[in-house]
Write a protein that binds this ligand. Structure first.
Ligand code: SAH
Length: 227
Protein backbone atom coordinates (compact mmCIF):
# COMPACT_ATOMS: atom_id res chain seq x y z
CA UNK A 1 0.00 0.00 0.00
CA UNK A 2 1.25 3.47 -0.82
CA UNK A 3 1.60 5.75 2.20
CA UNK A 4 -0.46 8.93 2.14
CA UNK A 5 1.39 12.23 2.35
CA UNK A 6 0.63 12.54 6.02
CA UNK A 7 1.68 8.94 6.82
CA UNK A 8 4.92 9.47 4.92
CA UNK A 9 5.70 12.63 6.88
CA UNK A 10 4.93 10.89 10.17
CA UNK A 11 7.21 7.97 9.26
CA UNK A 12 9.99 10.39 8.39
CA UNK A 13 9.60 12.35 11.61
CA UNK A 14 9.62 9.19 13.72
CA UNK A 15 12.73 7.85 12.01
CA UNK A 16 14.11 4.44 12.83
CA UNK A 17 14.97 4.55 16.48
CA UNK A 18 17.75 7.11 16.37
CA UNK A 19 15.27 9.80 17.26
CA UNK A 20 14.78 8.34 20.70
CA UNK A 21 14.88 10.93 23.46
CA UNK A 22 18.12 9.41 24.72
CA UNK A 23 19.98 9.92 21.43
CA UNK A 24 18.94 13.55 21.24
CA UNK A 25 19.67 14.12 24.90
CA UNK A 26 23.21 12.88 24.30
CA UNK A 27 23.61 15.53 21.60
CA UNK A 28 22.31 18.23 23.96
CA UNK A 29 24.60 17.09 26.79
CA UNK A 30 27.54 17.21 24.41
CA UNK A 31 26.61 20.76 23.36
CA UNK A 32 26.53 21.79 27.05
CA UNK A 33 29.98 20.22 27.58
CA UNK A 34 31.22 22.21 24.58
CA UNK A 35 30.11 25.43 26.29
CA UNK A 36 26.64 26.14 24.86
CA UNK A 37 24.61 27.70 27.67
CA UNK A 38 21.58 29.44 26.08
CA UNK A 39 18.64 27.36 27.31
CA UNK A 40 16.36 28.50 24.46
CA UNK A 41 18.92 27.36 21.88
CA UNK A 42 19.39 24.02 23.65
CA UNK A 43 15.61 23.50 23.87
CA UNK A 44 15.09 24.17 20.16
CA UNK A 45 18.00 21.91 19.17
CA UNK A 46 16.47 19.17 21.25
CA UNK A 47 13.10 19.64 19.52
CA UNK A 48 14.11 19.82 15.84
CA UNK A 49 14.79 16.33 14.41
CA UNK A 50 18.17 16.57 12.62
CA UNK A 51 17.77 13.14 10.98
CA UNK A 52 15.10 14.33 8.54
CA UNK A 53 17.61 16.79 7.01
CA UNK A 54 20.05 14.08 5.84
CA UNK A 55 19.72 11.10 3.48
CA UNK A 56 18.22 8.00 5.04
CA UNK A 57 21.54 6.18 4.66
CA UNK A 58 23.17 8.74 6.98
CA UNK A 59 20.27 9.13 9.40
CA UNK A 60 21.86 6.89 12.05
CA UNK A 61 24.77 9.36 12.26
CA UNK A 62 22.62 12.47 12.33
CA UNK A 63 22.99 13.20 16.05
CA UNK A 64 26.80 12.85 16.02
CA UNK A 65 28.74 16.08 16.31
CA UNK A 66 29.84 16.11 12.72
CA UNK A 67 29.07 17.78 9.40
CA UNK A 68 27.46 15.33 6.92
CA UNK A 69 27.15 15.45 3.11
CA UNK A 70 23.82 16.76 1.72
CA UNK A 71 24.75 16.48 -1.99
CA UNK A 72 26.06 19.08 -4.48
CA UNK A 73 29.40 19.13 -2.62
CA UNK A 74 27.79 20.75 0.42
CA UNK A 75 27.34 19.69 4.05
CA UNK A 76 24.87 20.12 6.87
CA UNK A 77 26.76 22.05 9.55
CA UNK A 78 27.95 20.28 12.68
CA UNK A 79 25.48 20.64 15.63
CA UNK A 80 28.07 22.47 17.74
CA UNK A 81 28.61 25.18 15.11
CA UNK A 82 24.85 25.59 14.53
CA UNK A 83 24.33 26.00 18.29
CA UNK A 84 27.32 28.33 18.69
CA UNK A 85 26.36 30.64 15.82
CA UNK A 86 22.75 30.78 16.99
CA UNK A 87 23.80 31.52 20.56
CA UNK A 88 26.13 34.30 19.40
CA UNK A 89 23.43 35.79 17.21
CA UNK A 90 20.98 35.83 20.13
CA UNK A 91 23.37 37.11 22.79
CA UNK A 92 21.63 40.46 23.19
CA UNK A 93 18.12 39.01 23.29
CA UNK A 94 15.65 37.67 20.79
CA UNK A 95 15.59 38.85 17.19
CA UNK A 96 12.66 39.75 15.01
CA UNK A 97 14.13 39.56 11.50
CA UNK A 98 16.99 37.29 10.49
CA UNK A 99 18.76 36.91 7.14
CA UNK A 100 20.45 33.56 6.60
CA UNK A 101 22.90 33.05 3.72
CA UNK A 102 23.43 29.40 2.72
CA UNK A 103 20.16 27.56 3.42
CA UNK A 104 21.64 24.16 2.52
CA UNK A 105 19.19 21.49 3.67
CA UNK A 106 17.47 23.97 6.01
CA UNK A 107 18.57 22.61 9.41
CA UNK A 108 19.99 25.90 10.69
CA UNK A 109 16.99 27.67 9.14
CA UNK A 110 14.60 25.51 11.17
CA UNK A 111 16.48 26.31 14.39
CA UNK A 112 16.41 30.05 13.63
CA UNK A 113 12.70 29.95 12.73
CA UNK A 114 11.86 28.98 16.31
CA UNK A 115 13.86 31.86 17.77
CA UNK A 116 12.87 34.78 15.52
CA UNK A 117 9.63 36.22 14.20
CA UNK A 118 10.72 35.86 10.60
CA UNK A 119 13.66 34.28 8.73
CA UNK A 120 14.76 35.17 5.18
CA UNK A 121 17.03 32.49 3.75
CA UNK A 122 19.08 32.67 0.54
CA UNK A 123 20.71 29.70 -1.27
CA UNK A 124 22.53 29.61 -4.62
CA UNK A 125 21.90 25.89 -5.40
CA UNK A 126 18.27 25.45 -6.43
CA UNK A 127 17.79 21.70 -5.67
CA UNK A 128 19.08 22.28 -2.13
CA UNK A 129 16.62 25.11 -1.67
CA UNK A 130 13.85 22.76 -2.79
CA UNK A 131 15.00 20.16 -0.24
CA UNK A 132 15.04 22.78 2.51
CA UNK A 133 11.53 23.95 1.61
CA UNK A 134 10.24 20.35 1.75
CA UNK A 135 11.93 19.72 5.10
CA UNK A 136 10.49 22.85 6.69
CA UNK A 137 7.07 22.10 5.24
CA UNK A 138 7.18 18.65 6.90
CA UNK A 139 7.96 20.34 10.21
CA UNK A 140 5.07 22.77 9.70
CA UNK A 141 7.40 25.79 9.81
CA UNK A 142 5.74 28.76 8.13
CA UNK A 143 7.72 31.88 9.11
CA UNK A 144 10.53 31.46 6.56
CA UNK A 145 10.84 33.03 3.08
CA UNK A 146 13.36 31.60 0.63
CA UNK A 147 15.23 33.07 -2.30
CA UNK A 148 17.34 31.36 -4.99
CA UNK A 149 20.15 33.87 -5.39
CA UNK A 150 23.78 34.72 -4.68
CA UNK A 151 23.71 35.66 -1.00
CA UNK A 152 26.44 38.22 -1.56
CA UNK A 153 23.61 40.55 -2.57
CA UNK A 154 21.74 39.95 0.69
CA UNK A 155 17.98 40.58 0.38
CA UNK A 156 17.65 44.30 -0.17
CA UNK A 157 13.81 44.44 -0.26
CA UNK A 158 13.59 43.03 3.27
CA UNK A 159 16.49 44.94 4.87
CA UNK A 160 17.38 46.00 7.50
CA UNK A 161 17.94 42.78 9.49
CA UNK A 162 18.71 42.65 13.17
CA UNK A 163 20.57 39.38 12.69
CA UNK A 164 22.52 37.96 9.74
CA UNK A 165 23.99 34.44 9.79
CA UNK A 166 26.30 33.30 6.99
CA UNK A 167 26.94 29.54 6.59
CA UNK A 168 29.71 29.66 3.95
CA UNK A 169 33.10 31.40 4.14
CA UNK A 170 33.95 34.40 1.92
CA UNK A 171 37.47 35.86 1.94
CA UNK A 172 36.10 39.15 3.24
CA UNK A 173 32.82 40.47 4.63
CA UNK A 174 30.45 41.25 1.71
CA UNK A 175 29.73 44.97 1.69
CA UNK A 176 26.07 44.51 0.73
CA UNK A 177 25.51 42.47 3.90
CA UNK A 178 27.02 45.20 6.07
CA UNK A 179 24.71 47.71 4.44
CA UNK A 180 21.65 45.57 5.22
CA UNK A 181 22.30 45.38 8.98
CA UNK A 182 20.00 47.29 11.35
CA UNK A 183 21.47 49.63 13.97
CA UNK A 184 22.78 47.37 16.82
CA UNK A 185 22.32 44.44 14.43
CA UNK A 186 24.67 41.46 14.61
CA UNK A 187 26.23 39.36 11.85
CA UNK A 188 27.90 35.98 12.50
CA UNK A 189 30.14 35.03 9.58
CA UNK A 190 33.14 32.76 8.86
CA UNK A 191 35.90 34.59 6.99
CA UNK A 192 38.97 33.11 5.33
CA UNK A 193 40.40 30.72 2.80
CA UNK A 194 39.74 26.98 2.36
CA UNK A 195 42.47 26.12 4.89
CA UNK A 196 42.18 28.92 7.42
CA UNK A 197 38.92 30.49 8.53
CA UNK A 198 37.78 32.33 11.62
CA UNK A 199 34.33 33.06 12.92
CA UNK A 200 33.59 36.79 13.20
CA UNK A 201 30.90 38.72 14.99
CA UNK A 202 30.20 42.09 13.40
CA UNK A 203 28.01 44.58 15.27
CA UNK A 204 26.63 47.75 13.73
CA UNK A 205 27.07 50.73 16.04
CA UNK A 206 26.28 54.43 15.73
CA UNK A 207 29.86 55.08 14.71
CA UNK A 208 30.40 52.18 12.30
CA UNK A 209 31.03 48.44 12.58
CA UNK A 210 32.74 46.53 15.39
CA UNK A 211 34.44 43.33 14.19
CA UNK A 212 35.40 40.62 16.73
CA UNK A 213 37.34 37.48 15.75
CA UNK A 214 35.99 34.55 17.77
CA UNK A 215 37.34 31.08 16.94
CA UNK A 216 38.79 28.96 14.11
CA UNK A 217 36.12 27.20 12.01
CA UNK A 218 35.75 25.13 8.81
CA UNK A 219 33.01 26.02 6.33
CA UNK A 220 32.42 25.36 2.65
CA UNK A 221 33.52 28.34 0.51
CA UNK A 222 31.15 31.22 -0.24
CA UNK A 223 30.73 31.08 -4.04
CA UNK A 224 29.48 33.78 -6.38
CA UNK A 225 26.54 33.49 -8.72
CA UNK A 226 23.74 30.93 -8.80
CA UNK A 227 24.74 27.22 -8.73
N1 SAH B 1 23.07 25.99 7.21
C1 SAH B 1 23.20 24.88 6.31
C2 SAH B 1 24.65 24.73 5.90
C3 SAH B 1 24.76 24.51 4.45
S1 SAH B 1 26.42 24.54 3.84
C4 SAH B 1 22.64 23.63 6.94
O1 SAH B 1 22.31 23.64 8.12
O2 SAH B 1 22.50 22.63 6.23
C5 SAH B 1 26.52 26.16 3.16
C6 SAH B 1 25.56 26.50 2.06
O3 SAH B 1 25.91 27.80 1.57
C7 SAH B 1 25.61 25.58 0.83
O4 SAH B 1 24.34 25.04 0.60
C8 SAH B 1 26.07 26.50 -0.31
O5 SAH B 1 25.47 26.19 -1.56
C9 SAH B 1 25.63 27.85 0.20
N2 SAH B 1 26.33 29.00 -0.39
C10 SAH B 1 27.65 29.17 -0.65
N3 SAH B 1 27.89 30.38 -1.20
C11 SAH B 1 26.67 31.01 -1.28
C12 SAH B 1 26.25 32.27 -1.78
N4 SAH B 1 27.09 33.17 -2.29
N5 SAH B 1 24.92 32.56 -1.71
C13 SAH B 1 24.02 31.68 -1.20
N6 SAH B 1 24.37 30.47 -0.73
C14 SAH B 1 25.67 30.13 -0.77
Amino acid sequence: MVATGEQYVNQRLQGIGMTSRRTRERMINRLKEQGITNTQVLAVMSDIPRHIFVDEALASRSYEDTALPIGYNQTISQPYIVAKMTELLMENGSLSKILEIGTGCGYQTAILSKLADKVYSVERIEPLLKKAKDNLWDLDIKNVSFQHSDGGWGWQEQAPFDGILVAAAPSEIPDMLLQQMAMDGVMIIPIGTKNKQELHRVTRTKTGFEDEVLEPVTFVPFLSGKG
